[in-house]
Design a protein around this ligand. Structure first.
Ligand SMILES: NC(=O)c1ccc[n+]([C@@H]2O[C@H](COP(=O)([O-])OP(=O)(O)OC[C@H]3O[C@@H](n4cnc5c(N)ncnc54)[C@H](OP(=O)(O)O)[C@@H]3O)[C@@H](O)[C@H]2O)c1
Length: 253
């Protein structure tokens, strides 16, 4: 069977990295994986995880989902000239009292999570439509289904991604393109470490004392949830892989 060409965003760590490793290590070499990341200086971790198994099943490309030109450049570097499965995974969290967030920070988070997902889909969609074939998998979140305190902007971005993807899915079924949202709960990745976070002890934090103490409690709760109840990336990869496989089997002749 012809290799399925997969492009994944945000492969420097976490879910993106694990998915790239799993697909590129498929024993029947069923996938050619374009593992993209915004900063190629971080590629060592991925290379170490895939341990030389990637010769003909993985290529690493630079791609920043906030930079249209870098998405176009990545597309140009896909030697097969097509993407069968697009995985929009890049994302960043933002935690803290809403009134303490600068508009620049809010904009930056929306730019990655919402506009980054839309830019990426926009870039690869016309080819998929022409071919009447394609699969789009998006790393959504429980925070896109249900609001979480001190995560207003992150949740807003993930709710918006839900709306965009659900709307697209209706149209794209006419083009044999399936859109799937994988709505993760807490997952053991670098997400908590990488998210943009306001510290309750921050002297310049202009919020009242009650909000500050509720935020402090929330952060402790959050740490304990991630320590005690977070899923392993393997659980998420299983769902993503299963979705990709099911969709491939459903391809119309
Ligand atoms: N972990 C969780 O608990 C959880 C729960 C629900 C949903 N999710 C979602 O799962 C996805 C993956 O997160 P993760 O848990 O694997 O966290 P992670 O380890 O922090 O990975 C996030 C990835 O996104 C990349 N990224 C950030 N901004 C980018 C940009 N402008 N262009 C391209 N890549 C960019 C990061 O690259 P850098 O290394 O360069 O920053 C990193 O590779 C995110 O969409 C997140 O919202 C995670």
């Amino acid at each position: 069977m012809e290799q399925k060409v997969v492009l994944i965003t945000g492969c420097s760590s976490g879910i993106g990295l694990s998915l790239a490793v799993h697909l590129a290590s498929n024993p029947s070499k069923a996938y050619k994986v374009y593992a993209t990341m915004r900063n190629l200086d971080k590629k060592q971790r991925l290379l170490e995880s895939v341990r030389g198994l990637h010769k003909d099943t993985m290529a690493i490309l630079q791609m920043d989902v906030t930079d249209q030109q870098s998405i176009l450049d990545a597309k140009k570097n896909v030697t097969e000239g097509r993407i069968d499965i697009l995985v929009c995974n890049a994302g960043v969290g933002l935690m803290g009292p809403l009134e303490a967030q600068s508009l620049d920070t809010i904009h930056a988070v929306l730019d990655v999570n919402l506009l980054g997902t839309i830019r990426t889909i926009q870039t690869f969609l016309p080819d998929m439509k022409r071919k009447r074939l394609g699969r789009i998998l998006v790393t959504g979140s429980m925070g896109g289904l249900q609001g979480l305190p001190f995560n207003e902007v992150y949740c807003a971005s993930k709710f918006a991604v839900e709306g965009a993807c659900e709307s697209l899915a209706i149209l794209l079924q006419h083009f044999n393109i399936h859109v799937s949202l994988i709505e993760c709960g807490p997952v053991n990745t670098d997400f908590l470490m990488n998210l943009k976070r306001t510290e309750p002890s921050d002297e310049v934090l202009e919020v009242d004392g009650y909000t500050r103490s509720l935020y402090d409690q929330y952060l402790q709760h959050c740490q304990s949830v991630f320590q005690n109840a977070a899923q392993d990336t393997d659980d998420i990869i299983q769902v993503l892989q299963q979705t990709a496989r099911t969709l491939i089997q459903n391809v119309k002749p």
